[in-house]
Design a protein around this ligand. Structure first.
Ligand SMILES: Cc1cc2nc3c(=O)[nH]c(=O)nc-3n(C[C@H](O)[C@H](O)[C@H](O)COP(=O)(O)O)c2cc1C
Length: 199
């Protein structure tokens, strides 16, 4: 996990979730564009690289739904992720499309958001907390996996986080297709996601 500008006291910080196991691929590049926009606004960033972490599957034990406890009892790196999300003012999630959905580690992160959803499905993530999504795929048709990707965003929104933007970057295959760094329509959109998040 990487923190920038976090030593500046009460400065606003946005959490960036890197949902691709490939460092310096298309997803990482576009996430860094969103980060650049946040930092251009004087907002600090902290990046979570999911592939570095041990995040076990949700056990469905519902211990987070008991009368005296609303926290997840599984003691792994997700505890630090909870702290980072709760201490920041927004979230940008970037993930490649793997078999029509997000990679398994990104789905594991989503499942572990269950403590933020009540047994009656009421949202428990407190305060206004915007979240934006950057999905990256090889296929040229943006509608191909859109339903599944919006369902992922909808799952995140069940916590009470407020969905701001959803971007689906198509035709991305590092080393095979033109690099995202040479596609202004994608880099500008990712930058706009960062600009728009604090709103
Ligand atoms: C295991 C795996 C499954 C994939 N499944 C899909 C898919 O279902 N649809 C698609 O358009 N691209 C698929 N891709 C391609 C990636 O989404 C694409 O290469 C993306 O740009 C990867 O981002 P990255 O550079 O950050 O790794 C898949 C790639 C991998 C490795």
């Amino acid at each position: 996990m990487e923190q920038k500008n976090s030593d500046t006291g009460n400065q606003k910080t946005v959490t960036l979730l890197m949902g691709s196991p490939r460092r310096n691929g298309s997803t990482h590049f576009l996430l860094k564009e969103a980060e650049r926009a946040l930092r251009d606004q004087g907002i600090a960033t902290q990046v979570i690289f999911l592939d570095e972490l041990t995040i076990h599957d949700c056990r469905g034990c519902h211990q987070c739904k008991t009368e005296n406890n609303s926290r997840c009892i599984v003691q792994d790196d997700m505890q630090q992720v909870y702290r980072m999300m709760e201490s920041s003012c927004g979230l940008v999630i970037a993930a490649p499309v793997y078999f029509g959905y997000v990679p398994a580690m990104t789905k594991a992160w989503l499942d572990r958001l269950v403590p933020y959803i009540g047994m009656d499905l009421s949202p428990r993530f407190s305060g206004h907390y915007p979240v934006s999504f950057i999905f990256v795929q090889n296929m040229p048709d943006p509608t191909l996996f859109e339903t599944a990707l919006r369902s992922f965003a909808g799952g995140v929104a069940m916590t009470g986080m407020s969905v701001r933007d959803i971007m689906i970057a198509t035709d991305c295959e590092k080393g095979v297709k033109p690099p995202v760094s040479e596609r202004p329509e994608l880099t500008e959109k990712a930058y706009a996601i960062g600009m728009n998040l604090p709103g």
